[in-house]
Design a protein around this ligand. Structure first.
Ligand code: SF4
Length: 134
């Protein structure tokens, strides 16, 4: 069972992933937060594998369109999330896809809100990304 300082995950099917737990709070748009991280993840591709270079960029584009209420963004994200994992030389695209797939599941209510016109919250930048300008 994964453990971190002061945190014990009681559901065995829950993985700690990168080993970081951040409470987003209710003031920020969680999908916008995820989108910022997705942009950073895509920027970290070493540019050697097509599925990584083009796949993570496509996922960023999908999430951007989903944020703007385009249902095709959601459908394309589902398709790309099935295509990207396992096709890079390292696990970077796999981890990126897992993060985004998890976000779509965990923030399902927010996905529906965005597809219905938006969640009404700003993106406060709660999730830290290097440089902070993504
Ligand atoms: S999958 Fe890994 S090795 Fe391939 S381009 Fe992405 S980061 Fe580089």
């Amino acid at each position: 069972m994964p453990r971190a300082d002061g945190i014990r995950l009681s559901r065995p099917e829950v993985a700690l992933g990168a080993g970081i737990v951040v409470a987003l709070g209710s003031d920020t748009c969680p999908l916008g937060e995820v989108y910022r991280v997705a942009q950073w993840l895509a920027s970290q591709s070493a540019g050697q594998c097509g599925p990584c270079v083009f796949g993570t960029a496509a996922l960023v584009d999908d999430f951007g369109r989903l944020l703007n209420g385009d249902p095709a963004g959601w459908h394309d994200a589902q398709r790309h999330l099935g295509l990207v994992p396992g096709r890079g030389a390292c696990a970077h695209p796999d981890g990126s896809a897992r993060f985004l797939a998890s976000a779509l599941e965990a923030f399902g209510d927010d996905v529906r809100a965005h597809l219905a016109g938006g969640c009404g919250r700003a993106v406060l930048g709660v999730l830290p990304v290097p440089g902070g300008a993504w």
